[in-house]
Write a protein that binds this ligand. Structure first.
Ligand SMILES: NC(=O)c1ccc[n+]([C@@H]2O[C@H](COP(=O)([O-])OP(=O)(O)OC[C@H]3O[C@@H](n4cnc5c(N)ncnc54)[C@H](OP(=O)(O)O)[C@@H]3O)[C@@H](O)[C@H]2O)c1
Length: 293
């Protein structure tokens, strides 16, 4: 782990500004660049150096963090010949959100101009940055990780370096987002059930928060089954799980509420039942999502 105290932050949107602010607050010498200068004003007051010239911003530090809308914007900013050549010999950490392919393309391009590249994905909102448990997934060059680890730890204490395969951080991020929003979609249907019965939605939220470890264990058990490809001896069959959606749809009709969410889920389960997986464990559902199924 190296201990540079200079870092440049490119992109001062909702997330980039908080990254820069957190680094300034932790004693780093931060140089910032943003297309719209006005967003740098609060940071200048806090002690960051602003430059309207991107090359000067890059030359100011051995480690450059970029956090802009997407990878295409990164490319637009860094691609001009004079900008790209100023990156040579430095470490670029990309904290914009993208896909594994975006990360692989970015790595090939950045390596081609002689810089080291680390790809990251932040699984938190701006107000959650800088805390001991803030999760950031990282992947790519091990030397780039070593050079930037201490800086990144300030931004999110829960750094998860997923190895040299540069697409890993984005893949973990997308998988985590899918798991999170899958739960949230189910919650929205549950909230309509609760509202329609005259009950409190905030009490449902508290109840789900309380049983979160149990839900997490169920996901863990299913993930183990999928990894082992073992769906035998179910305690609760896929067919029994599918009945839950039939129950939800019937209740929706009785209560006159929207049934799109359980109807969508039942379609997936019906595909698994039609494929003959009804007497297997829930994890067998993944077989219907694989290519050629
Ligand atoms: N906000 C979150 O909760 C959150 C959480 C996790 C990850 N992220 C990721 O962090 C990244 C930034 O998100 P954000 O919330 O900070 O977005 P944002 O507030 O919309 O800021 C976008 C940034 O990109 C810059 N930008 C956009 N188009 C540009 C262009 N053509 N040329 C130069 N600069 C351009 C903007 O510059 P201007 O100021 O000049 O417009 C601004 O600095 C995204 O990839 C996002 O997915 C965000």
């Amino acid at each position: 782990m190296t201990t540079t105290r200079e870092v440049s932050v490119i992109g001062l949107g909702s997330m980039g500004a908080v990254l820069a602010h957190t680094l300034v607050r932790n004693g780093y010498r931060v140089t910032v660049w943003n297309r719209t200068r006005a967003k740098a004003e609060p940071l200048i007051k806090e002690g960051a150096a602003f430059t309207p010239d991107i090359v000067t911003a890059i030359n100011a530090s051995p480690v450059i963090i970029i956090c802009v809308t997407d990878y295409q914007v990164t490319r637009n900013i860094l691609e001009p010949e004079n900008v790209a050549s100023s990156l040579a010999g430095r470490t670029l950490v990309q904290l914009s959100t993208g896909t594994p392919k975006d990360a692989r393309d970015a790595e090939a391009w950045i390596r081609g101009i002689g810089a080291d590249y680390l790809d990251g994905a932040i699984l938190a909102t701006p107000s959650q940055m800088g805390m001991p448990d803030t999760p950031i997934f990282l992947s790519g060059s091990g030397t780039a990780y070593q050079k930037s680890e201490q800086i990144l730890k300030v931004l999110g204490g829960n750094l998860m370096y997923m190895g040299e395969a540069v697409g890993s951080a984005s893949a973990w991020d997308i998988a985590a987002l899918s798991s999170l929003f899958g739960l949230m979609i189910g919650f929205f249907h549950g909230a309509r059930v609760i509202e329609e019965e005259g009950l409190r939605v905030d009490a449902l939220g508290s109840m789900i928060a309380g049983i979160a470890p149990v839900l997490g264990q169920m996901v863990k058990n299913t993930s183990d089954d999928i990894q082992k490809e073992d769906y035998s001896e179910p305690q609760s069959t896929l067919e029994i799980c599918a009945l839950s959606f039939e129950l939800m749809i019937r209740q929706s009709r009785e209560a006159g509420i929207n049934a799109e969410i359980p109807e969508f889920a039942l379609k997936l389960f019906s595909k698994a039942l039609n494929a003959g997986y009804g007497n297997e464990r829930l994890g067998a559902l993944i077989k219907t999502l694989r290519a050629g199924s």
